[in-house]
Design a protein around this ligand. Structure first.
Ligand SMILES: [Zn+2]
Length: 482
């Protein structure tokens, strides 16, 4: 494996030296929005976050869309651009899986993509316009890469039995797609023009994965948004996922991870727009550089808040409260804006938002959670899952040095669920949605299956029970089916 890689790198370096003007052609954000650009040849072997792509690589050139060579290079360009952004910002020295992350460009027919701690996996499938390849969309590629990035700096989130944590992983994928797209100056200029400088407006930046959304909509009309897979311009407000159904049409909120992720993504994107207006020298006409600077600030605030937040069931509120507090060290205008957005969307209660600064100061005096502190494994009663031994799960069990709360519709603070209650709600949803690979456990007559679909979790027999382990973050993007 190593020898060809170094050969390839050497060949590429030599090719560049001979012909520095070589470019590849790539989509800016999604084949569905259809904007192409010519970009420098990406170096997939570049550290710290290297990739391993299928070999042999096509000769770098500006290929026509629709060809395998074009698809290879547009995926490569998007993934390189996104990883370079995160590697510098977090910062990261390697992936959770090691120095290089495998990318499997087409693993067969499915309208899907997933990250499984081994590789980024992509597929192809039918759409009214012909075959679509999920890897061809920079939105989809940078969403999957976002899972791998978050897993690389907050690995405890991988296995946490919490609907909010799983939904945040999906939101981080979408935020990664947006932030990766914003690294392109041409896209920033176009979006500012298209939205009249009001970023929190429907645009090809807010519309994630238009092409894959079209393909899924043709099969499941209510599984995705009307104009894309998920739109970051939305008006969803927080509800405790324990009280939500396990899936619902896209116009409604459910506890399903992709559906619930839209609450946080909407808040993030709205914050980005408001912060840009506040920072722009001419608020009605922000510049491309101002947009890049504000997006970079918000990404840093987000990452720092995630790094510091204890893994608890009301994870959204914990991250949001941390962002409000951290934002003050970036710009005095930011905390009020973030508080305003998070309170409007009920991610933070009024009580938390108005006391966040004081509470965080007191928290700083206590022991902050260790970044690498493992989650506790708890045993859930499992007879109603058809299992005869206790079900062992990783609970969102960190101590809460800072009591952030979300808000109910009447504005009262929501008492966070216990780690065990949140774990039971999460596991109930997994069983009801058919996402469990029984792996030979239980008895055939008690198993629940939906006939098809990717399993996100597996059951693994252990001496003291049956352990629930995550297999992958499935981005089949389907709220309505397996
Ligand atoms: Zn995902």
């Amino acid at each position: 494996m190593r020898k060809p890689k170094s050969k390839k790198s050497a060949r590429k370096v030599a090719a560049r030296a001979e012909a520095p003007d070589i470019t590849i052609r790539a989509w800016e954000d999604d084949p569905g929005s259809g904007v192409l650009g010519d970009r420098p040849v990406p170096d997939l072997a570049q550290r710290p976050l290297a990739y391993v792509f299928p070999r042999p690589a096509p000769r770098p050139a500006a290929y026509q869309p629709g060809t395998p060579e074009f698809r290879y290079w547009t995926t490569a360009e998007a993934l390189r651009r996104g990883a370079d952004f995160w590697a510098n910002l977090v910062p990261l020295s390697k992936w959770e899986v090691g120095p290089a992350l495998k990318v499997l460009l087409d693993e067969g027919e499915d309208l899907n993509a997933f990250y499984d701690r081994k590789a980024l996996n992509f597929f192809h499938g039918p759409s009214p316009q012909g075959t679509v390849f999920s890897a061809e969309s920079p939105d989809v590629a940078c969403h999957e890469m976002g899972h791998a990035i978050l897993d690389s700096f907050k690995p405890q989130l991988w296995d946490a039995a919490s609907n909010e944590v799983a939904a945040f992983h999906e939101s981080f994928g979408d935020m990664s797609a947006i932030l990766s797209a914003l690294q392109l100056p041409s896209l920033r200029t176009a979006i500012l023009s298209d939205t009249g400088g009001h970023l929190f407006r429907n645009s090809r930046l807010s519309r994630l994965a238009e092409q894959l959304g079209d393909a899924i909509r043709a099969q499941n009309p209510d599984a995705v948004d009307p104009d894309c897979l998920r739109n970051a311009v939305n008006s969803f407000t927080y509800e405790d996922p324990i009280d939500l159904p396990p899936f619902a049409p896209a116009r409604e909120l459910s506890s399903e991870a992709h559906s619930f992720s839209r609450v946080f993504t909407g808040a993030f994107f709205e914050s980005l727009g408001s912060m840009l207006t506040a920072e722009a020298a001419t608020p009605s006409a922000p510049t491309s550089q101002e947009l890049l600077a504000v997006a970079t600030d918000l990404a840093k605030i987000l990452v720092q808040a995630v790094q510091e937040a204890p893994v608890v069931p009301n994870w959204f509120a914990q991250v949001a409260a941390g962002m409000v507090q951290i934002a003050g060290s970036f710009d005095a205008k930011y905390p009020a804006i973030l508080k305003g957005v998070f309170v409007k969307r009920s991610i933070l209660s009024l009580d938390t938002a108005t006391s966040v600064a004081a509470l965080h100061r007191s928290m700083a005096a206590t022991a902050a959670p260790k970044d690498a502190e493992p989650l506790a494994e708890i045993a859930l009663a499992s007879r109603h899952y058809g299992l005869e031994r206790p079900l062992l799960v990783k609970a969102a069990s960190h101590a809460r040095p800072f009591a952030a709360t979300a808000a109910a519709p009447d504005a009262s603070p929501i008492d966070p669920a216990s780690a065990a209650t949140a774990a039971k709600g999460f596991v109930d949803d997994l069983f009801r949605s058919g996402h469990i690979d029984y792996n030979g456990t239980g008895t055939p007559e008690t198993r629940i299956a939906h006939g098809r679909g990717l399993h996100t979790h597996r059951l693994v027999p252990r001496a003291n029970g049956i352990r629930l382990e995550r297999k992958l973050f499935n981005c089949g993007f389907c709220c309505g089916g397996p």
